[in-house]
Every structure is written in structure tokens, then in C-alpha cells.
Design a protein around this ligand. Sequence first.
Ligand code: FES
Length: 313
Amino acid sequence: MEKHSIEFTKEGCVLVSDEANLLDASLAAGIPLYHVCGGKGKCSTCRVLVHEGANYLTPPTEREEALRQRMHFPPDVRLACQTCATGGPVRLSRILRDESDMGLYVGPFAGSSTQQIGEERDLVLLFLDIRNFTPFIERHLAFDVIHIVRKLFTIFQELIEGHDGRIIETAGDGIYAAFGFDAERPAAATAAVRASRAMLDELVKLNESYFRVHFNHRVEIGIGIHLGRVIMGSIRIAGSDRLLVMGYPVNIAARLQDATKTVDNDLLVSAELYGYLDPSVYAGAATTVALKGVGGDFQVVPLGTPYSDRSPM
Ligand code: FES
């Protein structure tokens, strides 16, 4: 009987015979992999993350495939109880490490389906903020303030989702959205800029026909967009799944939104993102700006209109 060595990143190497699955071999070697269903491919608690050597593992069994479909595992996650080694270097890690982890993946706090396990993705990140809203809040009734935010956010949400984006978070008078869940960088960058322009166009109409007429107020927004490799995963809060998208590119997109005021333009994209756009459609000249928390000058391209070009109310 042949034996193959499998490396667990934290616990070390385990010898697995070609007749034993990874769960049995790990338990025999003293690595405490969870196995709530007893290795029947039903519970998913024996999940491992494969870092290297996926091609030296047996293909998913029918049971694993069924669970994989239902729980939307990323391709690098396998069920140890349904997987055998075929020879060749394999490196993997346990996903559930203790009882407290168990609650994250099984039970009432577990996400029901997608993105339970964090993964790295290329995404386009968009931050939008309503400008100078505090004086408006101070002068108007709570009902009016919430009414305006609700009206705007409903329209913005439709436009973001209509361009295949997703709102990740709203905080006060700001929106954080991401694009590129099913698209490559050029398409995702273009979709985010199109959505932004559509939101700005819609705002021009609303200012003229609604906010000026009913509130004697012009609403301004600032939008910053950047892209990059981020970490994505879900968390269950108050019974519903929330998507988390985190990483340095997210901070940069937020800083770009802040910088719309300094640069005097309502839509600011990073030069890196601009490189994925068709310049014959989106003409823009690069400039540099100092972004808080981001070392050195940062190359940006203004793609909106200057706030200073607005005519007085
Ligand atoms: S132990 Fe339950 S699915 Fe592997």
C-alpha cells in the first residue's frame, strides 16, 4: 500500500495511504478535524482549504459535489472525508479550528450559502457621499432629511444594480458599492463609471425638478472609484447574510471620494482604473493628489464636472 505525505500548514505532515481519506488519516495522526456527520459528506465541518497540489487529490465524490453546489464552496475548498491523496505535494489548512469557529459555519450564525469562506477577488470599489449635507440636516425636519436620503439611495441602488454592481454598505449619507463579481477588470471598471455617470445625470434632473422646487436646495455628491485585489466573505448579522469586502484598495477608493472636493470634480477615478477604460469614450487628463494615509502623490483622473462650474441657485 502506497503512502503519500500531505502537509497541514499549522500542524505539519501526515502520511496518507491511497486507501484512506484525508479525514481518517488526519485523525489517526492526531489532527483534530471536525467531522460532525461522521465522515458521510453531509455536514461540511471537515472542510480544508487546499493551497497547493489540488491536482494530486481525487475528484469530488457525488456527495461532496452535492454539498459543494448547495453551499457554493470556492474551488480550493474540499471535504476531507471525501478526498484521498493520489501522490505528489499537497499543502492545506483546516478551516474550522475550534468550537467558536463551528458557530461561524454551522448553526444560526452561519451564512446560508455563498462566500462563507473568504476569498481573494479583483473588484472595482466605488464610494459615494452626499456633499455638505450637515447644513441641510440642521435646517430641515427629520422627515425631510430621511425622505431625501431614501429617494436618492433608492435611485442610486437601482442604477448600481442595473450596472451589475452591489451595495456593500451604507453609512449615514454615504454608499459603498463594488463591481466585477462576474466580470473582468475592463468591463467592471466601465460598469462602475457608467453607473456613476448615470447617478450624476439623475441628480442633475432631480435637483432641477424636485430638490430646488421643494427644498430650495441643490444636492451634491462626490464619487471615488478604484480597483484591486480585495478579500471578500460573508458574515451573518441579525439573521441575514452581509457581504464583506476589505483591503487596501477599498481605503484608496474611500480616499478618492474624499478628494473629489480638493480636485473640484464630482467623479474621481484612480489612473490605474482609468487604464481599463476606453479613452475614446471617457476622455480625461491625469493629475496628482495627496491622499490621506496613502504615501506620496497619487495619480487620478477626474471624469465628472467641477463643483465650481455650478450656476448659483
Ligand atoms: S465529516 Fe461531515 S462532511 Fe466530512
